[in-house]
Design a binder for this molecule. Structure first.
Ligand code: SF4
Ligand code: SF4
Length: 241
């Protein structure tokens, strides 16, 4: 039932993506910065960072329309993407992209805040939309499940940094909890994980702490032995409790 609700929410948000995209765009934030404006995307990325201090990456698993598009593309390629650098690329791209935006903001001071800047529909926005959606589809089909989340997502680093800061400051946040004794190594959790994580191995170690976990709860709902649960808690000596 829970997964039906999650997938229903994602499917609905995928329908709204042509509108939501304007507030999650990695390009419109740059165009806005060139005009000296802090736009809706910038404000939402800041909110995602703040939410991740408690909510970790629940946005990715439950609310991201880009994730929903990728889940659809996974019908064409549902293999895990096995590349040793797959998770590193997004941070390299993100640092360059964010540095460029900050530089533009500094160059165009004083800045104005306009949440709805460049949210009118015109031919350029339509072209940008199709480029982004094609990139998400094409990349996921070429790489595998949630390939873009792993390697290209410009929002994920904000949330991973939020998780790290929460752990550093001992702020309780959303976590999975593992009962290693209950696990029978059936591997069902691995098959269901949209981020292709080795959940079984993490459970056996009593630790599910990957920054690639998007909190979708597929593993919780599929485990026949209830070896995985979830809750809000502080980090304790590298283990989730
Ligand atoms: S580890 Fe579990 S909650 Fe995290 S992404 Fe994989 S299936 Fe979802
Ligand atoms: S589904 Fe549950 S029992 Fe099976 S490997 Fe995963 S954690 Fe262990």
């Amino acid at each position: 039932m829970r997964q039906r609700v999650r997938k229903g929410i994602l499917a609905f948000l995928a329908l709204l993506f042509p509108l939501l995209f304007l507030f999650l765009s990695p390009f419109i934030i740059v165009l806005s910065a060139m005009g000296g404006v802090i736009n809706g995307s910038a404000i939402i990325f800041a909110m995602l960072f703040l939410l991740s201090l408690v909510g970790s990456r629940l946005f990715c698993g439950w609310l991201c329309p880009g994730g929903a598009v990728q889940d659809t593309a996974s019908n064409a390629n549902d293999k895990p993407w096995n590349s040793s650098w797959k998770n590193a690329w997004k941070y390299i791209i993100w640092i360059i992209w964010l540095s460029f935006i900050i530089l533009l903001w500094i160059m165009h001071k004083p800045l104005k805040v306009n949440f709805f800047y460049m949210t009118g529909i015109n031919i350029y926005i339509v072209i940008i939309y199709f480029i982004v959606v094609s990139l998400i589809y094409g990349f996921t089909i070429a790489t595998g499940k949630r390939g873009m989340c792993h390697s290209l997502c410009w929002m994920a680093p904000f949330m991973v940094i939020g998780e790290k800061i929460a752990d550093f400051l001992h702020i309780p946040r959303f976590r999975l909890k593992a009962d290693s004794k209950a696990c029978i190594s059936c591997g069902k959790c691995n098959k269901r994980c949209p981020m292709s994580l080795d959940v079984c191995e993490m459970v056996k170690k009593g630790l599910i702490g990957s920054t690639e976990c998007i909190g979708c709860l597929e593993c919780v709902d599929t485990c026949p032995k209830n070896a995985i649960s979830f809750g809000i808690s502080r980090k304790t000596k590298g283990r989730t409790k």
